[in-house]
Design a binder for this molecule. Sequence first.
Ligand code: MEV
Length: 447
Amino acid sequence: MEESTPLRKRDIILKGFSKLLKEDKLKAVAEYIENPSEFINLLKSFWYQDKDKQKQFDEFSENTISNYHVPYGVSPNVIINGKTYIVPMVIEESSVVAAASAAAKFWGERGGFHAEVVDVKKVGQVHFCWKGDKKILNDLLPEIKSEFLKNTSSITEKMTKRGGGIIDIELVDHTDKIDNYYQFLVTFNTCDSMGANFINSILETFGRTLQDFFLRQEKLEEKDRMVEIVMCILSNYTPECRVKVWVECPTNQLDGIDESLDGKAFAEKFKKAVDIAIIDPYRAATHNKGIYNGIDAVVIATGNDFRATEAAGHSYAARDGQYRSLSYAEIHDDIFRFTLDLPLALGTVGGLTSLHPLAKKSLELLGNPSAKELMMIAATMGLANNYAAVKSLTTKGIQQGHMKMHLANILNQLGASEEEKTQATEYFKDKTVSYSEVETFLKKTRS
Ligand code: MEV
């Protein structure tokens, strides 16, 4: 019988781990698990058989020992500005794709979604400290800016040809808050790329240029020739890279959504729920989370960076000092309108969008959209999920829908047969689902 090796203590530091071969990394990690061989086999079962494909995935990140699968679904019949899309959605949470699809069907029959890109400006900053006289800095500004542009022309050349590049360079004086601290706030248009590498390369070149520039200013005192570059980095707060999407219809077209409310009363209750998310941060966080259920799913499916888009949205939601809803509802002259307005910096070329085989196919499924079109598509799915969630919350509640899924999961966990599943679904139609209730039900039917 194979002798079991004792579990490794978790506080042991693994030296040189990153240099190990993948197989050896997996073995080393398995020593921290009760059943190492089961762990190794399980993780290996998620490796791709095709070695080139696996290598491609391994190279997206570091210290990889397996792949983590997430469901890839689609929401068909999404009509945006009169054009129909099949939208890919990558998400692990049940009900999100179903809710988005139901909302897309509902609004498809009421004129579809309307969308417009407000602007596509992205920003980055060179944060620096300089001890000299402010007036000198301001006087030297035109010369500094022209050196910035000259020294980055090789990086910007292609982007400028595509209609993008550096739009503006602004000097911001923060010396009243942090001693000697200024920043260059730089605005960019990165066309169809997310543009993170482009922006950061330019900012770092600006930083080096600024230091060299001051070192050459022989008329200045030695101490004033020194610039401390604190950091150069893009900002994920992009209030000027924004998209707006909305749905609208006469309130009588909302009749029948809830049996106890006519369309107008439903619209008013719906608006009240959205207004609550505008004034109350506790509700706003959950409300906006529902919006990102839809947006993140498209962002991930198309190989974009969901942490960046969430950071942008949540900081925008707090732009006046209080965290608020990203969507708002209006009723004027019996017309109900529900709008989502948020920053969304996305790319359709470069990065993972072209490296990840599924991201590439997602874009193809969407008809290879421009970055602007993708902004409208992702925001639409945000609005669709937001509408579906608030509709459920203000009518039957969300648990009814979730409980079906919950029941199915419990039945699977308890190894129910297909016949038992049918019986349980019928039995729990009008009852509260809990693990113990389902267990008791199965025991009874089995005996
Ligand atoms: C769950 O993932 C999302 C909701 O909580 C959103 C909301 O409350 O608006 C249903």
